[in-house]
Design a protein around this ligand. Structure first.
Ligand code: SAH
Length: 253
């Protein structure tokens, strides 16, 4: 019997000692065809609520993989979950995938595509993005999977905004103060970042954003960053200044 943990999988079932968990079709294929797993092989399971669990494979065939939770490897952290969202104008397919993957690694709790007037990519495959977020969460060993929201247009989104969450807007017009200065000035609390599309925000959108009382425009320096880079840079700054980068890395296995 191998004690090696083959992979880490996100499941929706509750996890407790001896809980039986069925892998979904994609996971079954991955375990069977890619990893060539066998009964008694071990994996790590998490569901965003019950921590990381060591599990073994009780049954495996083409149709069905049944797993059994054995012991808790790492409890669910009850504090210190970063409360930072990323709102982003979707870009081309690969760029949007990259934003979702990297924002998951960088600990964003909500990922929200925002449709702006210059968003070229009006069709967003949210199911695929959700799968990308799950895969990134499995790989980077975070304890939760970000909440992948349905795309929304900028105006209604601002109209329905909960004012207690500060919206930091990556503003390429240079009207915002440097991001580190703004973050150090603001009380740390619920935060969200918004990055624009390849073509930038249009002037009317920039005005609308500047007028909203919960918006803080920020600058990301003297160069024009690609939308993907701007999203990653924003979250990186927030995590380093206000987020969880002061916490130690505790690996589940
Ligand atoms: N085509 C636009 C740039 C768009 S860059 C132009 O030439 O002006 C895509 C998005 O990345 C922008 O909408 C903004 O949200 C962010 N961004 C890029 N560089 C930035 C910077 N230096 N400061 C703040 N935000 C930036």
């Amino acid at each position: 019997m191998s004690a090696r943990v083959l992979c880490r999988l996100f499941v929706s079932a509750r996890l407790a000692k001896d809980a039986s968990v069925l892998a979904d079709a994609g996971q079954a294929r991955y375990l069977g065809s890619v990893l060539r797993a066998r009964p008694a092989d071990r994996v790590c399971l998490f569901n965003g609520q019950d921590g990381d669990w060591l599990a073994d494979i009780v049954h495996l065939d083409r149709q069905r993989v049944e797993l059994r939770a054995l012991s808790c490897l790492r409890p669910q952290p009850d504090t210190g979950i970063p409360d930072v969202w990323l709102l982003f104008a979707p870009v081309k397919k690969d760029g949007t995938d990259m934003i979702v993957q990297k924002a998951t690694e960088l600990g964003a709790s909500v990922l929200w595509p925002v449709l702006t007037s210059r968003t070229n990519s009006q069709r967003v495959n949210v199911e695929r993005l959700r799968a990308t977020a799950i895969e990134a969460a499995e790989q980077c060993e975070r304890s939760t999977v970000p909440d992948m929201r349905m795309p929304e247009r900028l105006e209604p989104l601002l109209a329905g905004w909960e004012h207690t969450r500060t919206l930091y807007v990556a503003d390429e017009t240079g009207r915002g103060d440097p991001v580190a200065t703004v973050l150090a000035r603001e009380a740390s609390g619920p935060a969200a970042f918004l990055t624009g599309p390849e073509g930038g925000f249009d002037p009317r959108e920039t005005e609308l954003l500047h007028q909203a009382p919960f918006v803080r425009p920020v600058s990301l320096g003297p160069r024009i960053l690609r939308a993907e880079t701007a999203a990653m840079a924003s979250l990186t700054c927030w995590q380093a200044i206000n987020g969880d980068w002061s916490h130690p890395l505790i690996r589940p296995y």
